[in-house]
Design a binder for this molecule. Structure first.
Ligand code: HDE
Length: 707
C-alpha cells in the first residue's frame, strides 16, 4: 500500500518555505475586523475566522492531481482578490493623502459659528487628499494638470469638506458643461490616448469654442500646473461660499491655503523627465517628508466680503471663472493645517475617502454659484457608484468623529446594528418605555440661510447666465499681466507646446484668435512659435477691461523660498573627501534641507577619511529629483565620470533647469563637458547652502528657446 504523502508544506525545505513567506516563515498575521491592526503572534484565518494550516498550497486530489473545488481557503482567497479593484474616480483618480490637524490662530466668531474657528488654539483633526485631475489612478505625478486639494475637517459638529484645487478659478461657469470638459480633456474616446495630458485635439477644440475657459487656461499653462512638490502648492475653495455667525449675519467668503514652504514649480522639461525617473515623485515626496517628521503646513486664509461690495464689481462673485485679487480684498489668515501622519493603508483611506462640497457644518453655507450648485449633487452620486453602497459614510475615513444618529437604515454593507423598533420619526415609543431615538435640534441644528440672492431676477425659471458672466477675457488678461517676464515666457511656451500637439489647424487658429483678446503680445509669441499667421481677434461679448496687476498671482514675484524642506543631491565617488561631505551635509541640514547622497555605486565606498554608503545610484538618481545639486569629487574621479552619460546629464539638466550647482575644483572637467557656464548659481560648495534653493531664471534664455 502506498504511504499517505505528507502535506506539501511539511515536505518543502525550510529555506524554500521561509523565502516564499517573506516574513520569517513562521510569523502569521492576523487582520482583525476592528480595522486591521496587526498582531505578529496571531493566527492566519479565513474571513470566517477558521484557522488556516497551509497558506502555500491548494488542496489537490493527489500531489500531481487536480485542485479540489472543496478548497474553501483557496476559493475565498481568490474570490476576494478578484474583487479588490473598485471604479476609479472619474476625475482626480490619482491622489495622495495624509492625516493632520487644523489649528485656529485667529478666532472669528463674529464671522462664523463654525466650530473650528471659535477660539485660538482650537484643534480639529482632518484628512487631506491631493490629486491630479485628468489621468487615471496609475498615471504619473507630474503631468501639466490642475491639482486637487481636498480637506475633510472632522469637527465636533460633523464633517466639513473643503474640496478645492490649486488654482482659484475653474474652466467653466455652469455644471452643465462639466461632463463635456472632462470628456474633452481625458483620453480621446476612439484611441484611448493621451493619458494625463491636455495637449491634444479634443481638449483644445472644446477650449477654443468656450471662451469662458480662457482665464483658467492662463493658469493651466502657467507653472502652477507643474508644481515641484505637493508641499509647495496653494489651495483654493474656488467657489464662493458663505459664513454665518451665531446671530444669523452672513458674508461671502473665498477660501485660500498658503503653503508655509512657499510656492515652487518645475520647468516643463524637468517635469517630463521626472515622469520617467520617478512616476510617483509627488506621492513619495509627501510620504517621505511626513515619515521623516518634516510636516508640511498651510495657512488657511479668508477673503470675506458682502453683497454691498459684490454689486460694485465688474465681475460676478458667483462666476467661478473669476477671482478676487488679494490687493482688493486681503487674505486674512485664521489658522494652520499641518499634515503629520501618513495613512496606514492606501486603499482604506486615500482611495476610499469621499469628499463632498455639500458636507458643510453650521456656520458655513453655499452661494448660488451654478458650478457649486452642480457639484452639490455630483459627489455623493459618483461616490455611491465608486464605493458601492449608501453606507460609505460608515467607513472609518469617512465617518464623523462626533456622535451620529438618525433613522436611515439598511442598505448594502450596513455595519451598524441599530437596536429597538424606532426606525421612524415622529414616534411615541418612549411613552411605553422604549427608546424613541434621536430628535431634531431646532436650536443647534444646521439651518440654511433663508435669503436666496439679493440680485436674483424674481426667481423665474431660466436657462440663462447672468450678464456679468459674459466677460471672459479681463481676468485672463489680469493673470497674464501680473506675471513676471519669465513666467509670461513660460505661459507662451506652454501654449506653443500644447498647440503644437494639436493636429487640427482650425483649432489652433481659433485659440490664437482668443489669445488676442487676452494680450496681443502673447498671441503674437504663440503664433510665431507655431509659425502660423495671427488671425483676427475673436469677437468678445464683453470686455476685456484692464485691471490693476496683482503681484500675488505670480510665483516668482513672491520671492525665492528658503532651503527648508528642499532636497539636495550630493554626488561623490570613491576617494572623495569625507570631511568635506560631512561639512556640507551639516550646513544643508542646518538650513532645513535634506541631503540625498548619490554615487556611481551604492555599496560602501572608501573615501579619504572614512567610508560612506550612497542613498542612490547615479543612473537611478537623476538631478531632476533634487532641488539643487552639489558634488565633491577628486579630479581623477571627475575625469572618469566625464565619460559617463549619466554624470554629464546630471549637471547638464541641473544647469538647464536653472538650479544651483555647488562644485569643488575637481568637478570642472564634467561641468565643461555638460556645458555648465559660470553664473551666480554655479557656486563653490563653501557658499552653496546660502543660495541653494533658488532657481536662477536669468540663466534660462541661455539654455532654452522660449516663445
Ligand atoms: Fe470636482 N469632482 N467637480 N471639482 N473635485 C470630483 O467626486 C465635479 C470642481 C475636486 O480627492 C468627483 O468623489 C463637478 C471644482 C476635487 O477625492 C466628481 C464639477 C473643483 C476632487 C466631481 C466639479 C473640484 C473632485 C470625482 C463642476 C475645485 C477630488 C470623484 C460642476 C473647487 C476629491 C469624486 C478627492 C472630485 C464633480 C468641479 C475639486 C465627479 C460636477 C471647481 C479636489 O463628483
Amino acid at each position: 500500500m502506498a504511504k499517505t504523502p505528507k502535506p506539501q508544506s511539511q515536505q518543502a525545505p525550510a529555506a524554500a518555505r521561509d523565502a516564499s513567506l517573506g516574513n520569517g516563515g513562521e510569523t502569521h498575521q492576523h487582520i482583525p475586523h476592528d480595522g486591521g491592526h496587526r498582531d505578529a503572534d496571531a493566527h492566519l484565518t479565513t474571513n470566517q475566522g477558521i484557522r488556516v494550516s497551509d497558506n502555500q498550497n491548494s488542496l489537490k486530489a493527489g500531489a500531481r492531481g487536480p485542485t479540489l473545488l472543496e478548497d474553501f481557503v483557496l476559493r475565498e482567497k481568490i474570490f476576494h482578490f478578484d474583487h479588490e479593484r473598485i471604479p476609479e474616480r472619474i476625475v482626480h483618480a490619482r491622489g495622495s493623502a495624509a492625516h493632520g490637524v487644523f489649528e485656529c490662530t485667529k478666532a472669528i466668531p463674529e464671522l462664523t459659528k463654525a466650530a473650528p474657528f471659535q477660539e485660538i488654539g482650537k484643534q480639529t483633526p482632518l484628512f487631506t487628499r491631493f490629486s491630479t485631475v485628468a489621468g487615471g489612478a496609475g498615471s504619473v505625478d507630474t503631468p501639466r494638470d490642475v491639482r486637487g486639494f481636498a480637506v475633510k475637517f472632522y469637527t465636533e459638529e460633523g464633517n466639513w469638506d473643503l474640496v478645492g484645487n490649486n488654482i482659484p478659478v475653474f474652466f467653466i461657469q455652469d455644471a452643465m458643461k462639466f461632463p463635456d470638459l472632462v470628456h474633452a480633456v481625458k483620453m480621446e474616446s476612439d484611441r484611448g490616448y493621451p493619458q494625463a495630458a491636455s495637449a491634444h485635439d479634443t481638449f483644445w477644440d472644446f477650449v477654443s469654442l468656450m471662451p469662458e475657459t480662457m482665464h483658467m487656461i492662463m493658469w493651466a499653462m502657467s507653472d502652477r500646473t507643474i508644481p515641484r512638490s505637493l508641499r509647495t502648492i496653494e489651495g483654493f475653495g474656488v467657489n464662493t461660499f458663505r459664513l454665518i455667525n451665531a446671530k444669523g449675519e452672513h458674508k461671502f467668503v473665498k477660501f485660500h491655503w498658503k503653503p508655509v514652504l512657499g510656492l515652487q514649480s518645475t520647468t516643463w522639461d524637468e517635469a517630463v523627465k521626472i515622469a520617467g525617473a520617478d512616476p510617483d515623485f509627488h506621492r513619495r515626496d509627501l510620504f517621505e517628508a511626513i515619515a521623516a517628521g518634516d510636516f508640511p503646513a498651510w495657512d488657511l486664509g479668508l477673503q470675506v466680503f458682502d453683497e454691498a461690495w459684490a454689486v460694485k464689481q465688474d465681475f460676478d462673485v458667483l462666476d467661478a471663472t473669476k477671482l478676487i485679487p488679494e490687493e482688493l480684498i486681503p487674505v486674512e489668515i485664521v489658522g494652520r493645517m499641518t499634515l503629520n501622519r501618513n495613512p496606514d493603508n492606501f486603499f482604506a483611506e486615500t482611495e476610499q475617502v469621499a469628499f463632498c462640497p455639500a458636507n458643510v457644518v453650521p456656520g458655513i453655507d453655499f452661494s448660488n454659484d451654478p458650478l457649486l450648485q452642480g457639484r452639490l449633487f455630483s459627489y455623493l452620486d459618483t461616490q455611491l457608484k465608486r464605493l458601492g453602497s449608501t453606507n460609505f459614510h460608515q467607513l472609518p475615513i469617512n465617518a464623523p468623529k462626533c456622535p451620529m444618529h438618525n433613522f436611515q437604515r439598511d442598505g448594502h454593507m450596513q455595519t451598524q446594528v441599530p437596536k429597538g423598533r424606532a426606525n421612524y420619526e415622529p414616534n411615541s415609543l418612549s411613552e411605553i418605555g422604549e427608546p424613541g431615538g434621536p430628535r431634531e435640534c431646532p436650536e443647534t441644528g444646521f439651518t440654511s440661510l433663508t435669503i436666496n440672492d439679493e440680485r436674483n431676477d424674481g426667481g423665474d425659471k431660466l436657462r440663462i447666465r447672468p450678464e456679468l458672466f459674459a466677460d471672459h477675457y479681463s481676468h485672463a488678461r489680469l493673470f497674464y499681466r501680473s506675471q513676471t517676464e519669465i513666467e509670461q515666457a513660460h505661459i507662451a511656451s506652454a501654449l506653443t507646446f500644447e498647440l503644437s500637439k494639436v493636429a487640427l489647424e482650425h483649432v489652433r487658429t481659433r485659440v490664437l484668435s482668443r489669445l488676442r483678446n487676452i494680450d496681443e503680445d502673447l498671441a503674437q509669441r504663440v503664433a510665431d512659435g507655431l509659425a502660423m499667421p495671427l488671425p483676427k481677434a475673436a469677437p468678445a461679448a464683453k470686455g476685456p477691461i484692464d485691471m490693476k496687476p496683482s503681484p500675488a498671482l505670480s510665483i516668482v514675484g513672491q520671492g525665492q523660498p528658503p532651503l527648508t524642506g528642499r532636497k539636495v543631491g550630493l554626488l561623490f565617488a570613491e576617494g572623495s573627501d569625507k570631511a568635506m561631505i560631512d561639512k556640507l551635509k551639516g550646513e544643508i541640514e542646518k538650513a532645513g534641507g535634506t541631503v540625498f547622497l548619490v554615487a556611481p555605486k551604492i555599496g560602501e565606498l572608501k573615501l579619504k577619511g572614512g567610508t560612506l554608503k550612497a542613498d542612490g545610484q547615479l543612473a537611478g538618481s537623476p538631478s531632476v529629483l533634487f532641488d539643487a545639486i552639489a558634488s565633491i569629487l577628486m579630479p581623477d574621479q571627475a575625469e572618469q565620470l566625464a565619460r559617463d552619460g549619466a554624470a554629464v546629464q546630471w549637471f547638464m539638466d541641473a544647469f538647464g533647469h536653472c538650479k544651483t550647482i555647488g562644485h569643488c575644483p575637481g568637478t570642472q572637467v564634467i561641468l565643461d563637458k555638460a556645458g555648465v557656464e559660470p553664473d551666480e548659481g554655479v557656486v563653490p560648495i563653501e557658499s552653496f547652502a546660502k543660495i541653494a534653493p533658488a532657481r536662477h531664471w536669468d540663466r534660462e534664455p541661455k539654455v532654452r528657446m522660449l516663445a
